[in-house]
Structures are given as structure tokens and as C-alpha cells.
Design a protein around this ligand. Structure first.
Ligand SMILES: Nc1nc2c(c(=O)[nH]1)N[C@H]1C(S)=C(S)[C@@H](COP(=O)(O)O)O[C@H]1N2
Ligand SMILES: [Mo]
Length: 338
């Protein structure tokens, strides 16, 4: 695995928007001055040669991002302060190279293969149980919504996790634009289908395209987010450019990438992994450390890039936002948690 061990204090400056860097820096210096926590002489040395390092890091990182993205000027966007992390932001380089995107293969070369994806022009179809079906151009959509940054934890079903600054807009805003009819109970979201570009889609044993679904209540919950950028820049292709779902209280496979369609339905859609292996990857997929995957425990997660294992939290720590969505359901049913 290409995970390099790093100490927590080396991460923040590489990992966020300039404003946030400034704020974190101040907090870092205050903490250091107070003489508390883990900082030895090594930490202070690292702080001294920071500007030069930060510059070369920025150049190095640029190659993981789309070139000539017409939305680039929109970023960075203001951070929504309501979403605080209990852990360090994941090192940017890892978050944009250690990807799951089966359309581009199952190895960790995914990020390179994904560079073939053409993200302009890009049209999003809105249909099904809506007042009026429509097609939205991505850049028109980006003008209509207000972009913000949110720091979210992300828990993959494979028991690793990251914490990243997403840019994007509440999914509720997209539902408002779509104007679903009263019969709409679910939103089905679909990834692009283009086997010429995405080699993984030439494997016929997968039920392409990748599909995911949420109930309308989930989709309009404050936490449900449409990601259009990351680390203060437009979304890299490998992370699901130009727009993807981000639902941090659910296992990562629900956060479907590179979306071309939102369809409002009466019936519950069958998602990609549910169709492949429904006994292991269900519709709800809410994070719960006490309900093991049939083949491994979900009690802990490895923090990407640190080698450290920490306890997994119920709803990935987002119960205050989302637990009420499931209050009326049988909490002992495994299907709620996988
Ligand atoms: N279309 C599509 N979306 C996808 C996937 C995928 O293979 N294809 N993988 C999922 C899984 S398992 C995870 S953990 C996250 C990974 O997102 P990241 O690469 O931005 O970390 O994307 C999810 N969305
Ligand atoms: Mo995942």
C-alpha cells in the first residue's frame, strides 16, 4: 500500500484552503507556545522552512487536478464552520491518489486512468417524478448554487477512513431545483457510462453504470452534500469530477461519483453494490461499529496515511444530524447498517 506514515502536525498546511491554513497556523503556534502536546524540536524546525515547502507541494499537487477546468476561479469557497473534525485533515496527496473508482479499475492506478474522463461539456439529467424534466449544464448549475466548504469524515466499508475539506452545495438545493412531485420517495443517482473511456466498464460482470439511491428525507437532510471540489480546488477526476454525492454518515460506497442523472422515483432503487452482493452491501449502509460486515469487523478504522487505528463512531459521528431519520425503524435490523 502506498500509505506513508506521517505525524499529525505535518498535515494541516498541505491540507486546506489558504484561509484555513492561516487559522490552523495560528492555533498551531498558540499550542506550541503554550508548550503543550506532542511538539518536539522536530515540529518547530518543520515550521521554519514551511513557505518553500508549501510552494513545491502546491506545484507537485497540481498534476492531480483537472487542467483548464472552467470552474477553477470559483475556488476556494468559504468554509461552513458548523462541521468540525475530531481528527487531522488527511494529507491531500493521499486523498487525491488513494481512490476507489471501479470504472477506472480496482488497483491504486485509478487516479491515473481517470485522467481520460472528459468533464466538459457535462450535462446532468433530472427526471422521473418531477414537475418538469430538465437537463442542466454543470457550469450553469455551479452559477445557480452557493458553494461552501465542509470538513467531513469519510468511512469506507473497507475499514479505512479519511477526513477532507469538500467544496460543494447541499443536496437539498438540488432537490429544490428539481421540484419533485409528492409521489417521489427516492432519488436514484447514476454515474456516467462510457466503456471507451472507463476501462472498468468493459468488464461485463459488473452491472454498469454505478447507481446509488437515497430517500427524499435523506437527500434533504442538512448533511447530504453534492461535492464539486476538494482542498480548495475543483474536484479531481479520480474523486468524481465534476460532481458527486457526499453522505458522510454512510459507508463510502454510497457517495457515488461523476453523476449524470438524478431520477426521482416511487420505488426504492437497487444500488450497484446491492445488486452485486446484497447480503454485504445494502441500501441503507449507515455506519455502525457494532454491526460487522459478514467478512470483517467494523469496530475500528485505519486513518489513511497514519497507520493509526481508531474506534469507528455510530453514524460515523453524525448521529445528531441524522439519527432521527431512522428513529422509527427497527434498530436491531442488520439491513439498517449494511
Ligand atoms: N461511480 C463510483 N462511485 C464511487 C465508487 C466507484 O467505484 N464508482 N467507489 C465508492 C467508494 S467504495 C468510496 S470509499 C468512495 C471513494 O471516494 P474517493 O476516491 O474520493 O476517496 O467513492 C465511492 N463512489
Ligand atoms: Mo469504499
Amino acid at each position: 500500500m502506498l500509505i506513508k506514515r506521517r505525524r499529525g502536525w505535518e498535515l494541516p498546511e498541505s491540507a486546506a484552503t489558504p484561509e484555513a491554513v492561516y487559522r490552523d497556523r495560528r492555533r498551531f503556534l498558540k499550542t506550541a507556545a503554550a508548550g503543550s502536546v506532542l511538539l518536539g524540536a522536530g515540529g518547530l524546525l518543520a515550521a521554519c522552512d514551511e513557505p518553500a515547502q508549501a510552494e513545491s507541494r502546491a506545484e507537485d499537487l497540481a498534476r492531480f487536478y483537472p487542467q483548464d477546468d472552467p470552474s477553477a476561479a470559483l475556488y476556494p469557497v468559504p468554509r461552513d464552520p458548523r462541521f468540525e473534525l475530531d481528527r487531522e485533515i488527511t494529507e491531500e496527496r493521499l486523498a487525491v491518489t488513494y481512490n476507489n473508482f471501479y470504472e477506472f479499475g480496482s488497483s491504486k492506478n485509478v487516479w491515473q486512468n481517470a485522467q481520460d474522463l472528459e468533464i466538459r461539456p457535462w450535462t446532468i439529467a433530472i427526471g422521473g417524478e418531477v414537475e418538469k424534466e430538465m437537463r442542466l449544464d454543470i457550469d450553469d448549475l455551479l452559477q445557480r448554487v452557493e458553494l461552501e466548504e465542509r470538513l467531513y469524515r469519510h468511512r469506507c466499508v473497507e475499514a479505512w477512513s479519511m477526513a477532507v475539506p469538500w467544496a460543494g452545495f447541499p443536496m437539498r438545493r438540488l432537490v429544490e431545483i428539481a421540484k419533485p412531485l409528492s409521489g417521489a420517495k427516492y432519488v436514484k443517482m447514476t454515474t456516467f457510462l462510457d466503456p471507451d473511456t472507463a476501462g472498468g466498464q468493459r468488464s461485463s460482470w459488473y452491472p454498469w453504470p454505478y447507481v446509488e439511491g437515497l430517500t427524499i428525507e435523506e437527500a434533504t437532510n442538512e448533511l447530504a452534500f453534492i461535492g464539486t471540489g476538494i482542498y480548495g480546488k475543483p474536484m479531481p477526476k479520480q474523486n468524481g469530477a465534476p460532481l458527486r454525492l457526499v453522505v458522510p454518515w454512510k459507508y463510502g460506497f454510497k457517495s457515488v461519483k461523476s453523476l449524470v442523472s438524478f431520477e426521482f422515483t416511487r420505488e426504492r432503487p437497487v444500488s450497484f453494490w446491492e445488486e452485486i452482493q446484497g447480503r454485504e452491501y445494502g441500501f441503507w449502509a449507515n455506519v455502525n461499529p457494532e454491526v460487522p460486515h459478514p467478512r470483517w469487523s467494523q469496530a475500528q478504522e485505519e486513518l489513511l496515511g497514519t497507520g493509526e487505528k481508531i474506534p469507528t463512531l455510530l453514524y460515523n459521528g453524525y448521529g445528531e444530524w441524522v439519527a432521527e431519520l431512522y428513529a422509527g425503524m427497527d434498530q436491531t435490523s442488520r439491513t439498517l447498517w449494511m
